[in-house]
Ligand binder design. Structure first.
Ligand code: IMP
Length: 433
């Protein structure tokens, strides 16, 4: 069995959790490699809803080995809460989960600085999730971060945390006019969390490479999505990690050669939470309709998502930088009942139609989408089990997207439940036949 990376091709919330949950049945290990508690992967099993922020979605399959890799930034409070919730609901978390000793820890000052710093003079307002992601990755890059492994040498941890809290308190009070944070309760709380997760902590780089050598199959579970990538996304309106395929290697310690194929997940329309350019955004009743029909509210923050038509220019850019082999198209059912559907095929910029995705967010703010218009369908497609069950216009829409993107659609999501997915035979990545 080969190793597969699943990642989002838009601005997040494409439905990766459901896909990973379905695919994980066929893999030995499921790995998270970047991002942190900003992610919200939703899985619905038999009507019961699970929202996972840090633990790989594979945890919902008994016996699957799940790994939080070195590239993830870990909010231990969230992790412990998530473990407790799963335990209460009957899942055997501790024996299935490993946590990298190299992963960086998100502390309360990261979350506070994230919330206080967003939009402060000299910085654009990004509308972050407030989960401390940017400040934690900033500390990692400036070599000021604290890693999970350091928590287990108590005198070293005490000294490091004391120094950092002192520095952050100076920043919080002098620059942000906030109250300083108390060191001792923070230290005590984090020692408690560390003790709680200790059975799961190990050198996952060593572990994963041993597993790879034994021929075990791995499913890499991306968080956020390509257009939020710190290098290739709509900078600065991005998250702070490499959400594209390259992050899978850097965030696990498995070489890029270990990734055999990439499944890009794309919603049949587009959504975005937070600030930043969004050329196909629909304002007014059309956008509201997609939001209500698609239940487009953030799984982590509850914020209403901005909604718009499918943008093939943006997704083509994502496909290229991620090396996508096939596409899992999600939430096609949400488009039911629309008389006409529109897919963006190019951007009009300063009088010319361009097919490239601009590097500069200010340029992207100025483009006007050029649309191909297709007929919609009225039928409810929630019970469709194969492509032949879909209305003709729905398949015409799917095939039009394939033509625009140059990559085959291997599965089609027709509802939120685990069972509501059409695997297209003849397209390798997801077909069982
Ligand atoms: P941060 O990752 O919390 O720093 O937020 C940066 C930007 O990425 C904001 O626009 C967030 O709304 C967006 N973002 C972060 N995580 C997710 C996600 O899981 N889904 C969708 N958007 C996200």
């Amino acid at each position: 069995m080969s190793n597969v990376c699943v990642l989002g091709l838009q601005w997040g919330d494409e439905g990766k959790g459901k896909l990973v949950d379905i695919l994980s049945e066929e893999f030995d290990l499921v790995l998270r490699y970047q991002g942190g508690g900003n992610a919200g992967h939703t899985v619905v099993i038999g009507g019961e809803k699970f929202v996972l922020h840090l633990i790989p979605s594979g945890i919902l399959r008994p016996g699957k080995q799940c790994v939080i890799g070195n590239g993830v930034v870990i909010d231990l409070e969230t992790l412990v809460e998530e473990m407790d919730d799963l335990l209460r609901r009957g899942f055997e978390v501790t024996s299935q989960l490993l946590v990298s000793d190299r992963a960086h820890v998100v502390f309360p000052y990261h979350k506070l600085l994230d919330r206080l710093g967003d939009g402060l003079t000299g910085k654009p307002r990004l509308g972050t999730t407030g989960r401390g992601i940017g400040p934690c990755y900033a500390d990692k890059m400036s070599r000021e971060g604290i890693r999970i492994g350091e928590l287990y040498d108590r005198s070293h941890f005490r000294q490091r945390l004391e120094e950092v809290v002192d520095l952050k308190n100076r920043l919080l009070t002098a620059v942000y006019g906030a109250q300083s944070l108390k060191f001792e309760p923070m230290y005590e709380a984090y020692c408690g969390y560390a003790e709680r997760i200790e059975p799961c902590v190990c050198d996952t780089v060593e572990f994963l490479n041993r597993q790879a050598a034994e021929g075990k199959s791995m499913l890499f579970e991306g968080a956020q999505a390509a257009l939020l990538d710190i290098d290739f996304g709509t900078y600065p309106y991005t998250t702070s990690s490499n959400t594209t395929t390259c992050g899978a290697s850097a965030g696990t310690g498995l070489s890029p050669r270990q990734i055999d194929s990439v499944i890009g997940v794309a919603k049949a329309y587009t959504t975005r939470v937070g600030e930043g350019p969004f050329p196909t955004e629909l304002h007014g009743p059309e956008g509201d309709r997609l939001r209500e029909q698609g239940d487009e509210y953030g799984a982590t923050t509850g914020r209403p998502r901005r909604c718009g038509w499918f943008d093939a220019v943006a997704v083509r850019h994502a496909i290229r930088v991620c090396g996508v082999d096939s596409i899992a198209l999600t939430k096609l059912d949400v488009l039911g009942g629309q008389e006409k559907l529109h897919a963006c095929t190019g951007y009009r910029l300063d009088g010319n139609v361009v097919g490239r995705f601009p590097a500069d967010a200010r340029e992207l703010e100025r483009v006007e989408p050029v649309y191909e218009t297709l007929d919609g369908w009225e039928e409810d497609i929630g019970d469709a089990q194969c492509a032949e069950d879909l209305p003709t216009n729905a398949m015409v829409y799917v095939e039009a997207l394939e033509d625009l993107l140059g990559v085959p659609v291997s599965s089609i999501g027709v509802g939120s439940d685990r069972e509501q997915i059409i695997r297209r035979s003849g397209v390798n990545a997801l077909s069982k036949s």
